[in-house]
Ligand binder design. Structure first.
Ligand code: PLP
Length: 470
């Protein structure tokens, strides 16, 4: 595998003569961004990222930044893999587009389906395509409802999700999301969704003296209580991210998923694993459910499926759901213009093959994750840090004002925002949600790059400490 571009500083603005201010002015004039308070951005002006190579990004001022988040948890192979560029280019020249609606397929979509089915847990062998995690999740909601209609249980429509879950932003996916700030302004959630707490995050929600196992039982009991409250005959599915991502990078307590799986089986409730972040090696296996030892009935995936080179997502259905749908005389009247897009399929296919060939789910992946987790744990000594936690190539850092009592800074989010800005200034990207900092680097990151990343983070933490305690 070779990486496109040179290792030296980028040729920013040289060929075009266009400046950072030029792009910022256009952007401010015409661009509405996701998850943004626009008047603030327009005052501050966006940083303009123009190039990426491996784990590094460059902005239009020539600053090199080590991306500790792999974009938005998606670039498993890092930026600028020439082979994927060639695959996309060849695919576009060969067949830039055709659909999969009218009893047609393409070689890439057929081969990709077989390869994904090989990687998903046994039995989850039928694949449907979309272009984003949210679309895959909305598709899952519709197919779950359709399945229960076909099974003669049309009243089974409630889907149970968790407080602080993140499942995306389309109407169904945003409804499943358990973050109230994403609901109020859009009149969500829809009626068919119910949320449960406590969120399975021992650090924040365990009671005094409660063991991890007991906490897991309490979280699972909340699911059983909600099923009984709604009436088991009305509950269609339970959905969860194996490790909760955007809501706070929360790692489940020991035994949690086994207890959840047992409750779903007890009441015939479908178990749905949202693997949009956890898929494709992020937690050490192909999918997070394999890391945590449970078998879902439905699995949704996106991000790492194409390493973010091209929009692509999918869901895998188990035999029972798929057979019920396949044997129905109804037309399954659902799908997208870009379901199984030939170019996206070709890129995803080669991306997954490269993850395998490079051992990123395997020996190299294990060694990289061990090195990453060791560095992450060593940050725990820092006076600002109340806890570090991680699994595979996911890591979180809790910023606290008092290491012993774990008391937070006030107002909440100020420390996280300050730390995020200091990271950017120092040349490394960590994401902040409240006062939790996230890391999710490319799976191809080398030990030297990991060391560099944590050196930069250490500098950013020192600056943040100085700013907060001054
Ligand atoms: C677990 C999970 N599900 C769904 C989504 C939504 O994916 P997208 O932004 O591609 O719609 C995300 C995005 O971060 C996610 O983390």
């Amino acid at each position: 595998m070779t990486i496109a571009g040179s290792a030296t500083s980028p040729q920013h603005n040289v060929e075009t003569g266009k400046t950072t201010a030029y792009y910022q002015a256009l952007d401010n004039a015409h661009h509405l961004h996701p998850f943004t308070t626009h008047h603030q951005l327009r005052e501050k002006k966006p940083r303009v990222i123009e190039r990426g190579k491996g784990v590094y990004l460059w902005d239009t001022d020539g600053n090199r930044i080590l991306d500790g988040m792999a974009g938005l948890w998606c670039s498993q192979l890092g930026y600028g893999v020439e082979e994927l560029a060639d695959v996309a280019s060849d695919a576009i020249k060969n067949l830039s587009y055709y659909n999969t609606f009218f009893q047609t397929t393409t070689p890439a979509a057929a081969e990709l389906s077989a390869l994904i089915a090989e990687k998903t847990p046994a039995g989850l062998d039928q694949i449907f395509y979309a272009s984003s995690g949210s679309e895959a999740n909305d598709t899952a909601i519709k197919l779950i409802w359709y399945y229960w209609n076909l099974k003669g249980q049309p009243q089974r429509k409630k889907i149970i999700a968790r407080e602080r879950a993140y499942h995306g932003t389309t109407i169904g996916a945003a409804s499943l999301t358990g973050l109230p700030f994403m609901h109020h302004i859009f009149d969500l959630p829809i009626d068919q969704v119910a949320h449960i707490g406590p969120t399975p995050h021992y650090f924040e929600y365990a009671q005094d003296g409660e063991s991890e196992e007991d906490f897991a039982s309490r979280c699972a009991q909340a699911l059983e209580d909600k099923i009984l409250e709604l009436g088991p005959e009305n509950v269609a599915a339970f959905v969860g991210e194996p490790v909760m991502g955007a809501g706070g990078l929360m790692i489940p307590p020991k035994g949690y998923w086994q207890k959840i799986e047992a409750i779903c089986r007890k009441y015939g409730v479908l178990l749905w694993s949202d693997e949009v972040i956890c898929g494709f090696g992020r937690t050490g296996n192909w999918f997070g459910c394999q890391t945590y030892g449970f078998t879902p009935d439905i699995l949704t995936m996106a991000k790492g499926i194409s390493s973010g080179y091209i929009p692509m997502s999918a869901l895998a259905l188990n035999e029972e759901i798929a057979t019920t749908i396949v044997n129905s005389d109804d037309e399954m009247a659902h799908g997208f213009t870009y379901s199984g897009h030939p170019v996206a399929s070709a890129v995803a296919l080669r991306n997954i093959q490269l993850i395998e060939e490079m051992g990123l789910v395997g020996k190299r992946g294990e060694e990289t994750a061990a090195c990453f987790q060791e560095h992450l744990a060593s940050l725990g000594e820092h006076p600002l840090i109340g806890q570090t936690r991680g699994i595979g190539m996911l890591g979180a850092i809790e910023l606290v004002s008092d290491k012993e009592t774990k008391e937070r800074f006030h107002p909440e989010g100020h420390a996280g925002g300050t730390c995020r800005d200091n990271c950017f200034e120092t040349g490394v990207i960590m994401r902040a949600v409240g006062d939790t900092m996230f890391l999710s680097p490319a799976l191809v990151i080398t030990p030297d790059e990991i060391a560099e990343m944590f050196d930069l983070i250490g500098t950013a933490l020192d600056k943040t400490h100085a700013a907060l305690v001054a």
